[in-house]
Design a protein around this ligand. Structure first.
Ligand code: GUN
Ligand code: ZN
Length: 431
């Protein structure tokens, strides 16, 4: 593919000028892939001279190619309850979320929703996500089957909940773990899929279930872990009441061996530096979910405090509490939250987070997140002139940094011209 090409080899930092060596940019670039893997990346003039004559060239010189976007925390089973009015976390869960998740007991419903969700992800250029299913093993089989058919790199897991939820969603403590073991053996490492052990959050699991989830991770360190942490003040009070033996929310998870380098804790809004430091020491990551935090009124994430404490961060939509699946919209919300805290997010830091940053924090950077030889051919072809307004504003831009910032503030799914994953065209925008 001949196009403008942007990728990151390292963290660009938070300054206006990216750190030396972090940005790889070819104004007239070439990306060469074969059988789902990238063979080479470079300047068109140099690379095209080396191409065998039977290689077909897709000319997209007016487009910008980036690695496929990554969403580190999203609930596919909540797609249809996005935009549910007027509640904060705990009431939102009881009134909207749990009733919706009950529907995934039916395999056909789960299959339909898995395909609808993946269609949406492809439309917004997100090629990898770490996904909460429901507590029904069916919902996980449906999701992984759909992702496998499309040859996508996806992490997902069955929600573990053995208390404080409707009966239809509640596991038997050990039964939930046995179901997880079966799903791990069927799906973990199959194709480009990985299993993420998924206790919903501390209030909906007994200590026994959290310990058993930790046991799964101890037995197989190649597994991932996803849960929620310190999102909402009411939640914090409830956790303190339920786990009086833990000095803070994080210690509830620490005591069950759930905090490690492959663990993602969504939100982490209400943390102190002690907790940030403990998370950083273990290499765990916090998923910053700005549109969700604004929608549920959960709070303004302190990104600078997280960075100052060397905490691994990821960026996520958290649908259905998030208001948009698009990584561009997540960046926009991230910028807005940052502004309210006096910490504006640069486009460099933003697009790095969406691609290589999320891949590194999720331990997937040996496969995705960068455009480089040997990496999986997952990329997005962006049209910076996709709408009349974008085109007008882009015409004023005088630098790549300005173009990228305009894209993250004014771009939406219309800017996603094509999405490729595993070297296959997964989506092309119909105009
Ligand atoms: N905490 C526990 N479950 C959930 C969920 O489904 N969404 C969000 N945003 N927070 C949670
Ligand atoms: Zn969530």
């Amino acid at each position: 593919m001949r196009a403008r090409i942007l990728s990151f080899d390292a963290d660009p930092g938070d300054g206006d000028t990216p750190n030396e060596g972090s940005v790889v940019y070819h104004e007239d670039g070439a990306l060469w892939w074969e059988a789902g893997r990238i063979r080479a990346l470079g300047n068109w003039e140099e690379l095209s001279a080396q191409l065998p004559t039977d290689v077909s060239v897709i000319d997209q010189r007016d487009k910008l190619v980036m690695p496929g976007f990554i969403d580190s925390h999203v609930h596919y089973v909540q797609l249809d309850i996005m935009a549910s009015y007027g509640r904060q976390l705990l009431d939102w869960l009881n009134e909207y979320t749990f009733p919706e998740e009950c529907r995934f007991a039916q395999r056909e419903h789960a299959e339909h929703m898995a395909d609808a969700f993946l269609d949406e992800l492809m439309r917004v250029g997100t090629t990898t996500a770490q996904v909460f299913c429901s507590s029904h093993p069916n919902s996980v089989d449906a999701f992984f089957s759909a992702a496998r058919r499309r040859d996508l790199c996806m992490l997902a897991g069955k929600v573990l909940m053995d208390r404080h939820a409707p009966e239809e969603l509640t596991d038997d403590t050990r039964g939930g773990i046995r179901d997880s073991e079966r799903l791990i053996s069927d799906w973990h490492g199959t194709g480009r899929l990985g299993y993420s052990v998924t206790p919903r959050f501390a209030p909906t699991s007994t200590r026994e279930q959290l310990d058993a989830a930790g046991g799964l991770l101890r037995n197989d360190p190649s597994l991932w872990l996803q849960t929620h942490l310190s999102e909402n003040l009411g939640e914090l009070d409830w956790v303190a009441e339920l786990f009086p033996d833990s000095r803070d929310y994080l210690e509830v998870y620490e005591k069950s061996n759930l905090v490690g380098p492959r663990s993602t804790f969504a939100h982490g809004i209400h943390l102190d530096n002690g907790m940030r430091g403990r998370l950083a020491e273990r290499g765990a990551n916090i998923a910053f979910c700005p549109s969700s935090n604004l929608f549920l009124g959960s709070g303004l994430f302190d990104r600078s405090a997280a960075r100052d404490n060397n905490l691994n961060l990821t960026l996520a939509s958290d649908i259905g509490a998030g208001t948009d699946l698009s990584g561009l919209a997540t960046l926009k919300a991230g910028y807005q939250v940052g502004q309210l805290r006096g910490q504006p997010l640069t486009a460099w830091a933003g697009f790095h987070a969406l691609t290589r940053g999320n891949a590194v924090s999720l331990s997937l950077d040996d496969r995705i997140g960068r455009l480089a030889p040997g990496m999986d051919a997952d990329f997005v072809v962006l049209d910076l002139y996709a709408s009349p307004l974008l085109a007008r504003r882009m015409a004023r831009c005088t630098s790549l940094a300005e173009e990228l910032f305009t894209l993250m503030m004014l771009g939406d799914d219309r800017a996603v011209h094509e999405t490729w994953a595993g070297g296959r065209l997964q989506h092309r925008r119909q105009t």
